[in-house]
Every structure is written in C-alpha cells, then in structure tokens.
Design a protein around this ligand. Structure first.
Ligand code: C2E
Ligand code: MG
Ligand code: MG
Length: 688
C-alpha cells in the first residue's frame, strides 16, 4: 500500500469525522426520543454522550477540512478548537460511563458521583492538552502526542465492558453492547501500541481508517442499546401485567387471596356446595386492637404480624377451602365440611387458639385475640356479598360484646348496624355541644371512716332521651372508633375539676378515671398523662387510673411496663372489676399496681354464697401481703359493708355510701368534710 499523501489522509479523516458527527447527532436525537418515551436514565446519559461526542467530531471535521482546503487559523484558535474537541470527547466518555453504570445497576449515579466524574474529566482533558502542547519542542512524535486520545477511551471502554460482562443483565442487547465496547477498547489499545512502538509506513492509513472502525462499533452499540431497551421494556410490561393480574386477586402483603378473589370464588363454592349437599361457613376473623399493635411494633412489625396470621391460617390443619385478607385486620376463612353449629363453633375456637399463640416480632412476643363473625350458606344467603356482609355484621357484634367472641349472624343485626351508622353524627355533635357530664361516685375509707376519693363516671345528657348511662353509648363510641375523643374528654374534664378544687379548697381529693383498652395501649399514654398534669399543675398522685384486668393482661410484658412507668411518675393505678378475669390471683403478684377493686359481682353474691367470701378473703390477704390496697365496689347494703370490713377490705364504693353524683353535690360533700376538719388522706395510703 502506498504512502498516503497528506491531502488524501486529510480527506479520509474529514470524511470519517463528518460521518461520525452525523451518526452521533442522529443517535443523540434517537436516544433522547427513547428517553422521553421510556424515562430510563441511561438513555439520557448516552444521548448527552452522543451529543458531546458528535460536537467533538464536528470540531475535528472543521479542523481537518480547513487543513484540506488550505484555510489557516491563528495558532491559538487552532489549539483552542483542538482542546475543545478533546474536552467534549472526554465529557462524552464520562457520560458513556455514567450511562453504563445506570443501565447495569438500574439506578442513577448520585449527584456527587456525577460531579466528581465531570471534574476528573475536566482534569484529564487539561492534562491531555498539556501533554500534547508540551510537544512544541518536538520531543514527542506526532503519534505519541496523539496517544492519550486513544489510551484514555481504551481504558474506559475496557472498564465498562468488563463491568458489563461481570454483571450483565440477561438478553442479547446488553451482550452486543458489552462486546462492542470491548472491541472499541481493543481497537484503541492496538492503535496506541502501534503509535508507540512501530514506525510502519501504513501509520497514516491506520490513523485515518480507525475512524471507520469507531463508526462501525458505535453503530453496533446503538443497535445493541435499542434491542436491550425493547427487550427490557417488553419484560417490564410483561412483569407489570403479571403483577397487576396478581394484585387484582391477591393481597400484596400476605400473598393470600384478596376480597375481589374471594367474592368471585364464593359463587363457585356455593354451586359446588349446592350440588354436593354441603354447607358453606364463612368466618371473618377480626384482630382486636390491631391499631395498638401497629403503634407498639411500628408499621413493619404490624405487617409481620399480619403475614404470620396469614401463614397460620393457610397452614391450619382443618383445611380451609379459602383464606383471604379482606381489609386491614380482617381475614376470611371458609370451610365446606361443617354441618352443625357445634362443629363450626369448635372449629372457630381452634382458629382463635391458633392465632392467639404468641407471635415473635423483633424479639418481642405478642399475643393477639380475634373476634369471629360467622355467616352460613344456605341459611344466611346464596350471594357472595350477602354472605360477607352478614359475617361482617356478626363480627361487629362479636367485637362489641368481647374482643374474642364468636358470633353467628342473626336476624336483626342489620338493624343494629344501621342504627349504629346513624349514631355517628349524633355522637360527634354531642361532643361539640358538650352534652357529656362527669358524675363522681364517692369512695369511703373504713379505717379513717371518711371520704377518700371519687370515681369519675361518664353520663350523656341527651337532649331528648335524658341522662344516659355509659352502657347505652360507650359501645357505640367504641364501634365507631370515637374512643379517643371520649377518653381525652374525660381526662381533660377530670384534670379541670381537680385543678379547680386545688384553687378553691386548697385540697384535692383523688379522682379515679376509667382507662379504655385503646387508651391503655396507646404508645404515648404516659407522655400524654404527664403533659396533662403538668399543664394543670397537678401532682400525679391525685389522678388514679383504673384499668380492667383483661386489658392489663392482654399483653402482659407491655402492660406491666406501662403500669410501672405510670407508678414511677406517681400515678395511682388500680385494677378494676378484679376477680372477673380468669387468672387474677396468679398475676396479682407480677402487676405493679397500687390497688385492686373487687368486682361488684362478688359483693352482690356475698350474702348468698359463702364460697365468694372465702375467695374474697384470700384475695384481700394476698393483696395486702403484696402491699396493695383493696376497695370493693357495688356495696348496696349495711350487711355487705359489714362483711367486707370484716374481711379486711380497706375502702368501699357503692350506692350504700353514695351513688354517682353531680359535681355540685360532690363539692358539697367536700365542703362538709372540710367543715368537720377532715382533709384528704395522705396519698401514701393509696399508693402502697
Ligand atoms: P366501672 O368502672 O366498674 O364502674 C362502676 C359502675 O358500677 C358504675 O356504673 C357505677 O354507677 C356502678 N355502681 C356503683 N355503685 C353501685 C352499686 O352499689 N350498685 C350497682 N348496681 N352499681 C353500682 P356506670 O357508671 O354505669 O359505668 C359502667 C361502666 O362504664 C364502668 O364500670 C366503666 O367501665 C365504664 N365507664 C364509665 N365511665 C367511663 C369513662 O369515663 N371512661 C371509660 N373508658 N369508661 C367508663
Ligand atoms: Mg371503674
Ligand atoms: Mg368496676
């Protein structure tokens, strides 16, 4: 091959630069277009790379074309244009690298990484330019001075291709791109070696023709990217369709069927049961107080609990024919082999037992209780929505009676439900219009023979129905989820009364308030109470908190912790309705409470049932042994009072001494006490 004369060499070079410019600008536009449609970050990076590369090639085309037609620029202009083309070339390389990272890792490099890489690029470009122009003295050959232009991209392309081969995503497209980068790297390395070590006469040819190779490899890269993109879009949309189909019928969190799937499955099951003379039982399991589980364990902990419930239901050994999660804390389980109510009830109990086994989340054991609502085919309906609605009504009723009740749907529940819905605006209005009143029931100390405190009991002064007792509205408040409103109102009101007594009488008789289950399980209860007392400048010892045994023991370790914290701050904590829970005596030892309040049922049975007196005696003795005080509630007669006093009870509360009374009457009682020179008993007596 003959020596290439200068003009031909320039002509070839100009041509390759022009072709590369056109191709690269075309690629840049194409990638930008794809980026707009697919929003993949690497497309944007590679589009900028092509634009930059194209601009660099354009400058080179101008330089070689000028040389070809004999236009001469001042040296500084020449050098600036050349330096600019090198800078743009390096920017392009940086964006190629960024795009490759983005494509393989499927995440955008951070802002900082981008900045650092661009700074490195600028530094590398400056060094390259300095290297080239330091050759003014002619120490380097033309080829040596051109070296960085090939070596730097070679190393980068090598890096990218190796990176891609190591973590290559599946598919033909990424492989093509990785190979093209590898070939570009090899081409540049071979070229660099030739420039450095040989003096072949074909050097001019090689340098001019290498641009053609670059064009070929760039085209291959582009084709690879397009295939890659189309492939990945196809698999993304395939996955998206599959996921959408899955989510349409499954609960994303637990993987069991969702309400939609259940509703479409029930007709099939009903048909099957009809033709095979079978009965279908729909059981809805509602986790009690799941909100407080979420509060205690965090949303993630709550999710784990739900997953565990779903797992237990799916693996339940009595083979449910369907398991679904139909709302946040409600699961549906269906059976087709249960004929009698007795069988259904037994199985529902087994289910409850299965769910209430402790669940471990973040090294904490948590025990749940579930209410069960049951509807049946054919007795309660043939249609999916009807069966589910009736089971929901039964569940609402179950929860209303007791957190872990099992209730079958019954006629009339529908009416109760619509009544409940009608109650909501009325109750909210009652809060707004201040229709609630705190009644106070005095408590009497046997040893000191005087008033020792009050229990706050809420009443609703209904504009039409008159004074309503808690039993008539608290269940509605609970079912409508308005408990927090009521709890806060009671606490605020009690604190206001106490504060008022402090200013007016200069003495405060303790008031006991009833804490609801939700309130006791609220994660911020201690902070809330402390804030309340601070705000009213009250000592914690004047507020007594009554919680029922079942609430205190539903999550024993957490419950004990809350009670301990409350007591540390100085609040008095009493166990209300003591003796009605199943294992009161066994747990009495471990509960850090100050007082037990013996339930009314024991008191009313006293005269008829001697065993109750024996149990009471044991309870009182044990409580005293543990340094706790004992109050009996519901004392209605002189006899009851005498027996309880004999049994060693410390205090009493009941109609015999006084029914719950209005605030004004309670204040008269206080004034009387003060007149008689009786002051509130020292709080140490109450807090054992
Ligand atoms: P509790 O805390 O066990 O309250 C004692 C209940 O026994 C009160 O009924 C009281 O009026 C009644 N009682 C008192 N002495 C006698 C007596 O000698 N004989 C009879 N037969 N009954 C007596 P009330 O006020 O209807 O309250 C019922 C339940 O409602 C309370 O039981 C408590 O659990 C709940 N409650 C009342 N007020 C509130 C409140 O402000 N917040 C919360 N969360 N619950 C409340
Ligand atoms: Mg009470
Ligand atoms: Mg009670």
């Amino acid at each position: 091959m003959p020596d290439l004369d200068l003009v031909t060499s320039w002509a070839i070079e100009t041509l390759t630069h022009v072709i590369q410019t056109l191709m690269l600008l075309g690629f840049a536009g194409l990638l930008r277009f794809y980026f707009k449609s697919y929003q993949q970050g690497y497309l944007s990076d590679w589009s900028i790379a092509c634009l930059s590369y194209g601009a660099s090639e354009f400058i080179r085309a101008i330089l070689t074309a000028s040389a070809l037609i004999g236009t001469t620029y001042p040296e500084w202009a020449n050098q600036s244009l050349y330096s600019g083309s090198i800078f743009l070339h390096y920017v392009a390389l940086t964006y190629i690298a960024l795009g490759a990272f983005n494509a393989i890792k499927e995440r955008d490099p951070s802002f900082l990484t981008r900045r650092i890489l661009l700074l490195v690029t600028a530094a590398a470009a400056i060094l390259t330019v300095v290297w080239m122009y330091s050759n003014q003295a002619g120490e380097l050959t033309v080829f040596e001075s051109e070296l960085p232009r090939f070596v730097v991209p070679a190393l980068l392309f090598l890096g990218i291709s190796l990176f891609m081969f190591l973590r290559i995503p599946p598919g033909f497209g990424p492989k093509i791109v990785a190979f093209a980068f590898l070939f570009l790297a090899i081409k540049n390395l071979i070229l660099s070696a030739i420039l450095l070590f040989t003096t072949t006469i074909y050097l001019d040819w090689i340098i001019s023709a290498q641009g053609l190779f670059t064009i070929v490899f760039l085209t291959i890269i582009m084709v690879g990217i397009v295939i890659w993109l189309l492939d990945s879009e196809r698999s993304t949309s395939f996955y998206a369709v599959q996921r959408a189909e899955y989510l349409h019928t499954h609960d994303a969190l637990t993987g069991v069927a969702n309400r939609h799937q259940l509703v479409s499955k029930i007709p099939v099951l009903v048909d099957y049961c009809r033709s095979n003379n079978r009965h279908l039982s729909v059981m809805l399991l509602g986790v009690s107080r799941f909100k407080s589980v979420n509060e205690r364990l965090g949303i993630r902990g709550g999710d784990q609990v739900l997953k565990e419930i779903a797992r237990r239901l799916q693996q339940f050994n009595r083979k449910p024919i369907a398991v679904a999660r139909i709302s946040g804390d409600v699961f549906a389980v269906m059976f087709d082999h249960l004929k009698s109510r007795r069988h259904i009830l037994d199985l529902a109990k087994e289910l409850q037992k299965e769910i209430s086994r402790p669940i471990e989340v973040n090294q904490r054991q948590i025990s749940l209780s579930v209410g069960v609502g049951i509807s049946r085919y054919p007795q309660h309906g043939v249609n999916a929505e009807i069966l589910l609605n009736k089971a929901t009504l039964a569940l609402t009723e179950a929860k209303h009676q007791n957190a872990s009740n099992i209730t079958f749907y019954e006629r009339g529940m529908d009416d109760a439900f619509s009544q409940l819905i009608d109650m909501e605006p009325i109750l909210r209005k009652a809060f707004k219009q201040n229709e609630f009143v705190l009644y106070l029931q005095p408590q009497f100390d046997f040893d000191y023979q005087q008033l020792c405190g009050f229990e706050a009991l809420i009443r609703w002064q209904h504009p039409e129905r008159g004074l309503l007792s808690p039993a008539e509205f608290i269940p509605h408040i609970e079912q409508l989820g308005l408990t927090e409103l009521l709890d806060n109102w009671v606490l605020e009101r009690a604190a206001e009364i106490l504060k008022d007594w402090q200013t007016r009488f200069n003495h405060v008789w303790p008031i006991a308030v009833n804490l609801s289950a939700q309130q006791f399980q609220q994660s911020k209860l201690v902070e809330h109470l402390t804030e309340l007392m601070d705000r009213h400048q009250l000592d914690a010892s004047v507020l007594e908190l009554e919680i029922t045994e079942t609430v205190a023991m539903s999550d024993l370790s957490n419950g004990m912790d809350v009670i301990r914290r409350l007591r540390d701050i100085g609040f008095m904590v009493a166990i209300d309705d003591f003796g009605t829970g199943h294992s009161s005596l066994a747990y009495l030892r471990s509960l850090p409470i100050s007082k037990i309040k013996i339930d009314r049922s024991f008191v009313s049975e006293l005269q008829v049932n001697r065993t109750d007196a024996t149990i009471l005696k044991a309870m009182i003795r044990l409580a005293h042994g543990l340094g706790k005080r004992v109050i009996a509630e519901g004392i209605e007669t002189q006899d009851q009072q005498d027996i309880l006093q004999q049994l060693g009870c410390d205090m009493m509360q009941g109609y015999f001494y006084s029914p719950p009374i209005k605030l004004e009457l309670a204040e008269q009682l206080i004034e009387n006490e003060l007149k008689l020179g009786r002051e509130p008993l020292p709080s140490s007596l109450a807090t054992a």
